[in-house]
Structure formats: structure tokens, C-alpha cells
Design a protein around this ligand. Structure first.
Ligand code: AMP
Length: 144
């Protein structure tokens, strides 16, 4: 790809950051926002995003990327405790060919259990009630 596509202010995660779309918020600081994926690939699937308008790894500043990674690590520690998980999978995809569907950089933090495969992307929408309960557990583990 010779010319990189520009950041689109109307993407879903930009709308969540502006409060124009609902989200099951887990954590927020001055540079990052964490919420639950509504199509979880496993229970407790969280997304860590920068507040800066970055499309993906190609336009985010190294400082914002480092901060998102730091928050993803904190969320991974909290998630393994909150959900009594056996492991955590961290995924970050870039551009359509790289598996990216939403064009605001995000890091997936997915709790894993022995012998359980990930569901395919966007296979089943979780109910708001279940997501609210999972978000509350993760917030507690984060001391929020
Ligand atoms: P990716 O394929 O890496 O771009 O991941 C995009 C993720 O965003 C997928 O896991 C979707 O399930 C998730 N997603 C899409 N819309 C929403 C939304 N409104 N709230 C939370 N997660 C979403």
C-alpha cells in the first residue's frame, strides 16, 4: 500500500470515545480507554484503544502505542484474576489484509481457558446484562 488511508473520525470507536455510542467501559485515563467487545471471542474479551485518532500501528505515535501496551498489560493482569482464566491472548491487527475491521487502533485482551478455542470474529453478540457483569468484575480487579 503506497498511500496510507487517512483516519476516519466517524469510525465506531471514535464515536464511543466521543460518547456518541454506548460501551461497557472498564477503564479510562488521559490517553487510553478500555471497554468490552460486544462480539467477544471468549468471555471477558476487552479492547484497549488510544484516545488519539490513530488508524493503526502505522500512524500512532510510539508514545501512545507504548501507553496502550502498558494498559493492555494491566488489563491482562486484572482479567486473569477477575475471570480466573488460564491464559490471555493479545491481538492487534492492521489494515484489512491484516484482519482489521475497525479503523481506530485497538488491542484485544482475551481471557483463555485450557481446551477452549476462540470463537470466530463477530460470530455472536453478547447481551448487555452479561457484558455489564463482566465489565464490573474487571473494574473491581483494576481497583476502579
Ligand atoms: P478488529 O477485527 O481487530 O478490527 O476488531 C474489531 C473488534 O471490534 C471486533 O472484535 C468487534 O467485535 C468489535 N466491535 C465492533 N463494534 C463494536 C462495538 N460497538 N462495541 C464493542 N466492540 C465492537
Amino acid at each position: 500500500m503506497s498511500t496510507r488511508p487517512a483516519y476516519d473520525n466517524e469510525n465506531i470507536f471514535a464515536k464511543i470515545l466521543r460518547g456518541e455510542m454506548p460501551a461497557h467501559k472498564v477503564y479510562e485515563d488521559d490517553r487510553a480507554f478500555v471497554f468490552l467487545d460486544i462480539f467477544p471471542r471468549a468471555p471477558g474479551h476487552a479492547l484497549v484503544i488510544p484516545k488519539a485518532p490513530a488508524r493503526n500501528i502505522f500512524d500512532i505515535t510510539p508514545e501512545d502505542l507504548a501507553h496502550v501496551a502498558k494498559v493492555a498489560q494491566t488489563v491482562a493482569h486484572a482479567a486473569i484474576e477477575a475471570y480466573d482464566a488460564d491464559g490471555i491472548t493479545v491481538i492487534q491487527s492492521n489494515e484489512k489484509a491484516g484482519g482489521q475491521e475497525v479503523f481506530h487502533l485497538h488491542v484485544h485482551v482475551i481471557p483463555r481457558y485450557e481446551g477452549q478455542r476462540l470463537k470466530p470474529p463477530a460470530s455472536e453478540m453478547e447481551t448487555p446484562e452479561v457484558l455489564a457483569g463482566q465489565a464490573a468484575k474487571l473494574r473491581t480487579a483494576l481497583g476502579q
